[in-house]
Design a protein around this ligand. Structure first.
Ligand code: M6R
Length: 611
């Protein structure tokens, strides 16, 4: 969840490290720090708050300080797990000869710490990372690779680390177990990072470390070993998106930029995967023939947050069109409740980042239980993509905003393709398959029509800025949209928003309805609309203001609500996408009008790599 950057080469390290930290700030932003090596030792600077605070502190050092001319260093932007966000708890953590940055959690840090204290070590922070730094120090006898290798053998838990020693300037040691590390291969230089967005400005050649890999890097020389089995070879691969994709490109926020990228992102998701002639989808990465698919008994979908909400759409569409039993489950719950899984199940793990700890654990549990496991992932080379070995990449491009937008709509587009592929391997006719293909291909067009209404949605948002709580309700395919709309609003505006099945309202939540509790009701034309209109009436009768997400030109629905946003008419499994885009824009403008830090909401991080 935090961000790591490291540099070794011929250039000044600090500007490269700071630039990398800014790229990674979306992963964690409560404190930041940087360390460089020089002939005079290791120099560390840290600051509470955003990377800009660290930049201010670095500026206080004179022109001749090592921060200006050292050509190797490590840096970190933190999302607090152990200990509050303070300067002391910020990384790097250092002894007088070792500095280390770390993502992940050292589970046995208390026992390790007690042992180090008994050896006379003193601790300045409350972090597990300082324990690891001093553990490395305790094993250090002039060979940093050896010291890190030995220390990691004592460690239980997860880590992505970058480490260096005062005696070996220019040498970086990096290692991973459960927390990603990517090496950007340059000309006589290497940029190390926890995510490719920090290296893309310098090189597109990337080596992704595997779990238990440890690498010694000096300039352009990279030696990778496995903690289990000695020297290993890891091929470089090309990052397939451009540096511009990770920039704001003139938008005020990454979130807005990514909302607007959705037509292109969905095009990229479905490109080359639609077979109009045969009325089906081509998802070669799943590695499943129509016969294999016909043989499967069940689709089990796991994910968290937005990916979980997308999974619900997948469940509904698969049961609806393919007639195959489908279930969606929160990934952590899947892991811990001992689910019934067998070899006729396809377990589909959905994750934008491909690094979410709970989803990864569910992948491992499903693999151990003998299921076929596939990933539906955006980040190429991520852990879930690699561990599943089969699946579908979203190709949505980098998603920087903590609030997920384009990942959701691309996930839904992909899940509709999965449902179609299942359906065509069973009862769906080629004619109906072609209609379905056409609907998927039309999704970018539907999104464009909603984006064209941004101004109108912003005006609607003005009427909801003052509220501190809100319900989102929907039925059928609109239920996951209600969940996702509420999630978007709460995470970026801090309004207490809850998504409910519209029918559930009467079973408790209705007690909360009053003038100060508006309701966003998804009441599009299609199955369930009339019942939802009935629920809207119940809300209005209790003085709740109602914002209807309705079908374009539906005068009956308009007459029932106080405000409305119109969505182009289409069947409801497709309407999920434009309806969600409308709610993304609604949440965005409410948060903007409330002056919230939209791209960096409090307490959140982009990818949740702890349980
Ligand atoms: O990378 P993942 O898709 O696995 O992430 C799952 C959730 O952490 C993520 O969707 C989160 O809920 C977002 N902040 C929602 O906007």
């Amino acid at each position: 969840m935090c961000g790591i950057v490291g540099y070794t080469g011929k250039k000044a390290a600090a500007p490269i490290l700071i630039n990398g930290l800014k790229r990674l700030e979306y992963r964690g932003y409560d404190s930041a720090g940087l360390a460089v090596t020089s002939p005079d030792g290791i120099f560390v600077e840290k600051a509470k708050g955003k990377v800009s605070e660290l930049v201010n502190k670095l500026a206080e050092h004179g022109e001749d300080s090592p921060f200006h001319d050292s050509s190797s260093g490590i840096a970190h932007t933190r999302w607090a797990t152990h200990g509050p966000p303070t300067t002391e708890n910020a990384h790097p953590h250092a002894s007088d000869r070792i500095a280390l940055v770390h993502n992940g959690i050292i589970e046995n840090y208390k026992a390790l710490k007690a042992n180090l204290v008994s050896q006379g070590y003193k601790f300045l922070s409350q972090t597990d990372t300082e324990v690891l730094a001093l553990l490395v120090d305790s094993y250090y006898e002039g060979d940093i690779l050896q010291a890190v290798t030995t220390a990691l053998k004592d460690v239980e838990g997860t880590y992505g680390i970058a480490c260096m020693s005062q005696d070996e300037p220019g040498v970086l040691i990096v290692a991973r177990r459960g927390s990603p590390i990517v090496l950007g291969v340059g000309d006589g230089e290497t940029i190390v990072a926890s995510d490719a967005s920090a290296i893309i400005k310098h090189t597109r050649q990337a080596i992704y470390l595997d779990d238990n890999d440890i690498a010694k890097i000096q300039g352009g020389d990279i030696d990778i070993m496995s903690l289990d089995s000695g020297i290993v070879s890891r091929e470089a691969s090309e990052i397939d998106w451009s540096p511009d994709a990770a920039e704001k490109g003139g938008y005020e926020h990454y979130m807005l930029k990514e909302i607007y990228e959705q037509p292109d992102a969905i095009e990229n998701t479905i490109r080359g995967r639609m077979d109009m002639e045969r009325g089906t989808a081509m998802l070669g990465g799943l590695g499943l023939s129509p016969r294999d698919m016909a043989d499967l008994n069940r689709l089990v979908i796991v994910g968290c947050g937005t990916s979980l909400n997308a999974g619900l759409v997948g469940e509904f569409a698969t049961e609806d069109f393919a007639g195959i039993c489908a279930e969606v489950e929160q990934a952590a719950e899947f892991r811990y409740r001992n689910p019934i899984i067998n070899s006729k199940d396809l377990v589909l793990a959905i994750s934008q980042s491909g690094e979410t700890a709970d989803t990864l654990a569910a992948v491992r549990e499903a693999t151990d239980k003998g299921a076929l496991v596939a990933g539906l992932v955006n980040v190429v080379g991520s852990t879930i993509a690699r561990e599943t070995g089969r699946g579908v990449y979203l190709h949505a491009g980098p998603e920087i905003s903590v609030a997920s937008t384009k990942a959701f709509t691309c996930q839904v587009a992909t899940l509709l393709m999965v449902a179609l592929k299942f359906a065509r391997s069973r009862r769906m006719s080629v004619v109906n398959g072609r209609t379905f293909v056409q609907e998927i291909k039309n999704l970018p067009n539907l999104v464009k029509q909603v984006l064209a209404k941004e101004q109108q949605i912003a005006e609607v948002a003005e009427r909801y800025v003052k509220y501190e709580k809100m319900f989102f309700i929907g039925r059928g395919y609109m239920y996951p949209v209600a969940m996702e709309g509420a999630l978007k609003l709460k995470e970026i505006s801090y309004i207490h928003a809850e998504g409910y099945h519209a029918a559930e309202l009467k079973h408790g939540p209705i007690a909360l309805l009053e003038e100060s509790m508006p309701v966003v009701a998804l009441a599009l034309k299609g199955p369930g609309k009339e019942k939802t209109i009935g629920n809207i009436k119940e809300c209005s009768a209790r003085d709740a203001r109602v914002l209807g997400i309705i079908t374009e030109g539906d005068e009956e629905a308009k007459s029932e609500v106080d405000d409305f946003i119109e969505i182009p008419e289409c069947r409801l499994h497709a309407a999920v996408v434009p309806a969600t885009v409308a709610l993304q824009l609604f949440a965005y403008h409410v948060a903007r009008l409330r002056g919230c830090a939209i791209d960096q909401p409090r307490n959140l991080a982009k990818s949740v790599t702890v349980e």
